[in-house]
Structure formats: structure tokens, C-alpha cells
Design a protein around this ligand. Sequence first.
Ligand code: NA7
Length: 541
Amino acid sequence: MSEPASAAIKADYDAVVVGAGFAGLYMIHKLRSLGLSVLAFEAGSGVGGTWFWNRYPGARCDVYSLEYSYSFDEALQREWVWTERYPAQAEILRYIEHVADRFDLRRDIRFNTRVASAHYNEPANLWRVETEAGEAVTARFCIMASGALSAPRKPDFAGLDDFAGTWYHTGHWPHEPVDFTGQTVAVIGTGSSGIQVTPMVAQQAKRLFVFQRTPNFSIPAWNHPLPDHVQDAWKRDAAQLRAKAKATKSGALYEYGQRGAFEVSEEERQREFDARWARGGANFTHAFNDLFKDRAANDLAADYVRGKIREIVKDPAIAAKLTPTDHAIGTKRICVDTDYYATFNRENVTLVDARETPITRITQAGIETSGGHYAVDSIVFATGYDAVTGALTRIDIRGRGGVSLAEKWQDGPKTYLGLMVAGFPNLFTITGPGSPSILTNVVMAIEQHVEWVGDCLTYMARNAATTIEAEPKAEEDWVNHVREVAEATLHVQANSWYMGANIPGKPRVMLPYVGGLGVYTGICNDIAADGYRGFAMARAG
Ligand code: NA7
């Protein structure tokens, strides 16, 4: 690859966008509205990102459909009709496809194209983005919309290649429906994906083995069709409701308890937990305002759910195995399920304790553990993702002086606001590490980032700036702030993917910003209003 050295070189595009999920699509739309030329690369054959790939049975969002959708276009919001309280993958994908059509976004997206590298050409002040197929384009700005849960953790079990049956990863599910009828199936992993897929497979398979290494807390979804009156009321007040949601911690209209768990009587606390369990979903963990800070308060909520598991699961020994004891509730992503715990009452379902008897290898016929062999026809790996940073570090991103992003982040990601990285001018990371991203209703976090970047590019154009870059000191301060805020919570104690703990060798760092979307948006806006404090801008020549 020969790098042009002239500062006068003209870029092929104003911006390259990597990814065409919720973030990439809105970014394309935003860039176009600013009159900028854009090309997006998308590894999938269609739009949708996470919702394109995660086609496993039971895949469903754990945020209400009315909230887990774009707010930037009123007409779009008014015209789209959701059918259920929590949207299933197929419906979300239909929605995203509708958005792509409605705003005619596909013509600027190159599908089936995975980006291999993005290198900053310093003298020319542009990014050279190369695909795995060897095609290269140049752009003034490179915007990573590559997703926070898009780099599946490839199953690294010995012997997998010998397996004579079929295996699947929930994050890379086939387009054709998979039929497990009459089969003996193994599900490995009991995070959100495992908890969603397990009841569905159990209904179909002859026999199901669920391999659980660590139990997780799950709250029932009580999913149901969305009544017209609820949808109409939402649409009527959408502007106000969206503004309210964006100002909250999670970017969603949960009922955020204003009192500590010990500020109320035991009876009142019980009523609160009962009511939240009856309403279902992640709202449960917002019952009191100290659940993420005070372990004793958290234990009360955790004990409540442990009690529910004992109530639901008939065999006390299995209930005990399904009961989480290693982390505070909510410090690992809370799961939202339909019939997960009850599935273990079924005759055809067996829970295998992969902590007591770890999986040692995959054989031709099934799964070998230290406690015995399980013959299976199919394996479903629900083993998760190299979250938040994985999609970025899997691309060879190089900034000034050829420094690689993966190397710079060896001891943990360093960003300013989760939006930019010192040494990587004109590179933006939508919902990057150090921003609220996956701790929120991520569509709201995406909109906030895309709009901030749009405003930033407008400001640069007005001021004839050609380069923007995070200042090292601002980045260092932000990284420290992100850490300090996290350390004041129970999150840092858990072995969660939020903490990078699911990937061997990944530095132990709280990846998202725990300060809350509302607070974070205020910080971003103040920084912009203050002439993009902490960012260095330069003009051409
Ligand atoms: P998660 O939440 O990272 O869950 C992965 C699961 O896979 C978890 O239960 C792991 O157990 C398990 N796992 C991983 N490796 C092994 C081995 N070797 N043996 C047994 N079990 C293993 O990923 P999900 O896809 O469920 O969810 C990711 C997010 O997507 C979710 O939180 C939502 O935000 C959407 P472990 O806990 O490591 O013991």
C-alpha cells in the first residue's frame, strides 16, 4: 500500500462509516443532511447490525419497543406500529429495514464488506479504509459505528472441528429457520442470549442440556401485545416522553426509585419488589436508588429474586444451582426472560453444572466434561461477545505515527468521552468505551453521539477546521473520571463483560460510563458549548 504524502490530496468521501446498524444508519442520514458525502461498509448482507445477526429463537430486546426506536424523526415515530411490549428480533429488523428504505440509505452502503484496516495518513490528513477484499477508499472522517456487542466470542473449545453435528453461535445465527425437533441439543452459556434461547429450544428438542458455568439473575418480561391505546398515548406525547427518557440514567423511562432500600419498612420494600416483579423487566433493578452502590441494599433485591427462583423451580437442588450468589444483582447485565427458570421443570431439560464439571472438549459425538460425556446432535453457543472494544480492536486502526488502537488500549480503552481517541484525529467512535452505551437504551445513546458528531462537524466547517483530535490530558482526565465513577458502584466487583472479565487476558476495566446518559449528555454539551474544550482543532495549511 502506498500512502500519498501530499497535503493537497482529495479524499474520496467526506466520511466513511463502519457499520450499518442503528448507529451507522443514523450517521449516514445525519452526514447527508449536512451535505457531506459518505460511504458506509457493512459486513452483513443487509442493514441491522446486532439485529441482523442475532436471529436465534427467542431473540428479543429487553427495552420496550416504543423506546427502543429512533426519536429523531417525528413522522417515522408516528407511522411505525409496534406489535409487542418487547420487540422480537424479526420485528426490530423489519423496523431498521423500513428506516433504511424510508431515508433511502442503502445506496451509500456497501454490503458484504468487512473493513480490515483504517489508517490515518498524517500528511494528507485523511483516513484510508481498506476492506478485507482489498478495496480502499479515503475519507476526511472515519466514523466507527461498529457496535458494542458485535464481535462474537468465538467458541474456543478444543475439538470443535471434530464435532459431527451442527453448531451455532447465537450472535451469528443462520437466516434459515433451524429445526431442533427430535434432536438432543446443548446450550452453552446462560447470559441474556442463553436465557432467551433455552426455553425456545426446550419446546422443540427431544432433549436439552443447558451448560451453566455461572447463574444469572433474570426478571420475567411478561411480554404481551401492545394495546393500541398505549401506543397512541405514547405517540401523542412522544416529544415530551423522549426528552424525559434522554435525561435519565438509562435513557429509558424506568421508574427510578428515589429512596434507599433501608429508608422504607420491610413491608413497603416487599410491596415495591412485588409490584416491580409483576410489571417485569429491567425496571426491577431501579426499585431503590442505592441498589448499585450499597451491597446490603442490593442483597435485599437479590434475595427477593433468589426467593422467586426457589418458588418457580420445583427441584430445590436445581433451584439452588440456578441461583446466583457470586455478584450483586444488576452488576452483570440483568436478563429479561420468558419462562426461563420454569423451563428447568420440564422433563426433557437437564441443567449441567459447568463450574463443578467444566467442559473439557468437544468430541465427535458431543460434549465432554470432567464429570462425563453428553452425546448431542447440535450445540448452541451462547458464549457472548468481546464487548464494547472488540469490534474496534479487531480492525487494524492506526493513528498518528502508525500507532495501533489495539496497542494503545492494551491496558484498557482510553478515550475522551468515548467519542474520540488522542492520536487518532478525525476518528469518531459511536457508543465507544467510556460512554454510557450499553448501560442505556442504546438507541438513545446512539442518537446523542450521532447528533454530537453532526454538530461538531458543522462547527468545524464554520470555523474552517480540518482536524479535530482529543487532547491527551483531556483523555487522561476522562479515563480517570470514568474509573472513579465506576469505583463508586458495585459494578467493579463483578466478573462481567462490562468489566471485560469474560475474555481471557482482557484488561479489567469498566468499559461503559456509569454516570448516566442524562449527566453524560450535559457534559458533552457543555464541552461543545465551550468551543470543544479538550479537543484540539486545526485548520488546513
Ligand atoms: P454473556 O452475557 O457474556 O454470556 C455468555 C455466557 O457464556 C455466560 O453464561 C458464560 O459463563 C458462558 N460461557 C462462556 N464460556 C464458557 C465456557 N467455556 N463454559 C461454559 N460457559 C461458558 O453473553 P450473551 O450473548 O448472553 O449476552 C450479551 C449481551 O447481549 C447481553 O448482556 C445483552 O446486553 C445482549 P460465565 O458467566 O463466563 O461463567
